[in-house]
Structures are given as C-alpha cells and as structure tokens.
Design a protein around this ligand. Structure first.
Ligand code: PEP
Ligand code: MN
Length: 334
C-alpha cells in the first residue's frame, strides 16, 4: 500500500503513524520528494482499513497495490484448488454438473429428477429446501422436510446434495448436506459466512446481484479466514439495464476469477438467463470459457414447477445440454 502525505505534514503525527504500522508488522519505506512524501507500506496490509488511514490529518491519499483478499488470492496459492465432495472433484481440470429442481416439491418429484439427471451425467443433485423468494406469498420451500427428501434422493441415487442455507440458526439441519449453497442475496451476510468458515463443508458461494468480482472474493475470504478452504465460486448473472433476460450472464467472470483466484468457478445459466432455451448456448459457452462446472435447474414438469419453471429444463433437454457440454470440454480455454 502507498500513502501520500500532505505537504507540511506534522512530524510527530508521522512518528505516531509509523509506530502504529510497525506494531502491525508493516515495514515502511519513505520516499521524500521536494513537495511530496510517499510512504511505501510493505507486508500484510490486508487488515489495514484504507478509509481509516484517509481520515488521518497527515494523509493526502492512499492506494492499495495488493488485493485485500489473501486466502482466495492466486498470488499466494498459484495452483488450482480442487474441492472434493465424496468421489466428485470440482476445479483443477475436474468439471462437474450440478442439476435438479429449483425447489424440492415432493419425494416423487425429487427422486424422479434425481434418477434422470444422474443418468444424463450430473454429478451432484441440487434442490432448494429454504427458498429466498421476492414475494412472501410465493412458495417458501418445504424447509426441514425438503432436506429430508434430499437425503432420501441421495440414498437412492448416490448423488451428493447441494442446498441453500438462508439463516445461521438452520445450520444444524445441514449436518448431512454435502455442499451448502449461499445464495446471491446472502453473499454479503457476513455473520453467516463467518459461521460457515468454522465448518469444513464445501460452500457454493453465489455472486450477489450487483456485486463486483472483488466483492465476491472478499466474501469467499470471510469463509476462508475461518479455516474453510472448500469454496466454489458461482457466477449466476448480474443486474444490468437489459430486461429481455432475467439477469445478464457475465461470462468474462470465468477467466477473470481464474486469474484473480485459485478457487473453482462454476456457472448458473438458469438464474442468469431465466429462459430455458438459453441454457444450452450459455452452458456450452461457459464450458468453452473454462468453467469448472455448471448448476442447472431441471424439472420433470417445468410448466407446473412451484418455482422458476420458465428457466427449468425437462430431463431430456438436460441430457442434450450435458452431451453438448461434454463435446466442448476437450477444447476449453484454460
Ligand atoms: C437458487 O439457486 O435456487 C437461487 C435462488 O439462486 P440465486 O441465489 O443465484 O438467485
Ligand atoms: Mn431457482
């Protein structure tokens, strides 16, 4: 980090600041010009609050040279992280598709879909038990029963399960869940992230609706700072001025996140577009751009789905998408 000091700064205040920085194990390199004095701060500056430094009387401006995320940063961890879920691996050249309904509706619905997506090549089963809905009058999910049904489907098919947590108090219900999803709306629920950092469960962290890639990595950092390194990043579309699609899929997030971080990156073409017809082109594009996986909504009867039917694929459509993705994977950019 670089601090530029105000002209005629108070020497005593500089001494105080230097002592405080040294106490944080920061080395200081001073560069005194005719009008400008620059302080180069060397060491782990991730815990320094740039806004706090800017409030100091002697500081004119401050600039970070190093990113504020450390655990998630590729610079400190050059090799790809591979997240292991049972026998399934995601990252470091291992690609996996997660498929299943937006929400768990019944045992029959879930088990039918689970068998079909497994046969088509999905490696994990998704299904929402606790649903974040825009309207409080919309279907809110089967909650505890939904998790029980996911565990039944896991028992029947052997597919590990992925489901969303909305509140820390529900954590005990997720004991047997294989991958805990943090939804877009909770990406910056920092207390939730800290609790998940205390577990060693794989966490599927979705990008917030209006979050930058750096903010996504800072949220991953919250989980990793607690010691949980099993984080999978997910781009699921962001809010833009476009209204034809539900969100705008930021495909450039794949190579960009791979450059910034060693964590696996997967794409959710279902929530990104909101339109089932767009899932195949976006899935193949994501695979070609180097994604480590996909999460796709599949329903046995999309027209009557209780949630997100318009973006859900019928099982045979999913099979077609998986086939197209498999054909693209050998040519993926990495
Ligand atoms: C979901 O995966 O069902 C979901 C609600 O996703 P998101 O948080 O990306 O909207
Ligand atoms: Mn959904």
């Amino acid at each position: 980090m670089i601090l530029i000091l105000k002209e005629n700064y108070d020497k005593k205040q500089l001494d105080n600041l230097s002592d405080w920085l040294k106490a944080q194990d920061i080395e200081i390199h001073m560069c005194e010009g005719v009008h400008t004095t620059i302080m180069g701060l060397i060491g782990d500056t991730s815990s320094l609050d740039i806004d706090m430094l800017l409030t100091l009387d002697i500081v004119e401006s401050a600039k970070r040279i190093q990113e504020p995320y450390k655990n998630a940063n590729r610079k400190f961890h050059p090799q790809d992280t591979v997240v292991q879920i049972g026998d399934v691996k995601i990252g470091g050249g291992n690609f996996a598709t997660i498929a299943g309904p937006c929400s768990v509706e019944s045992e029959e619905q879930l088990c039918t879909i689970a068998e079909q997506v497994k046969a088509a090549g999905a490696k994990l089963l998704r299904g929402g038990a606790f649903k974040p809905r825009t309207s409080p009058y919309a279907f809110q999910g089967l909650r505890e029963t939904g998790i029980e049904l996911l565990l039944k489907a896991k028992e029947k098919t052997g597919l590990p399960i992925v489901t969303e947590i909305m509140d820390i108090s529900h954590l005990p219900l997720f004991e047997e869940v294989d991958v805990i999803q943090v939804g877009a709306r909770n990406m910056q629920n920092f207390e939730l992230l800290k609790e998940l950092g205390k577990t060693r469960k794989p966490i599927l962290l979705k990008r917030g609706l209006s979050s930058t890639l750096q903010e996504l990595l800072m949220s991953a950092e919250y989980i990793m700072a607690g010691g949980n390194e099993n984080v999978i990043l997910c781009e699921r579309g962001i809010r833009t001025f476009e209204t034809e699609t539900r969100n705008t899929l930021d495909l450039s997030a794949i190579p960009m996140l791979h450059q910034m971080s060693h964590l696996p990156v997967i794409i959710d073409p279902s929530h990104a577009t909101g339109i089932s017809k767009l899932v195949k082109p976006m899935s193949t594009a994501a695979a070609a751009a180097g994604a480590d996986g996909l999460i796709i909504e599949v329903h046995n009867d999309p027209k009557h789905a209780l949630c997100d039917g318009a973006q859900s694929l019928a099982p045979e459509q999913f099979a077609d998408v998986q086939k197209a993705v498999d054909a693209v994977l050998p040519f993926a950019c990495r």
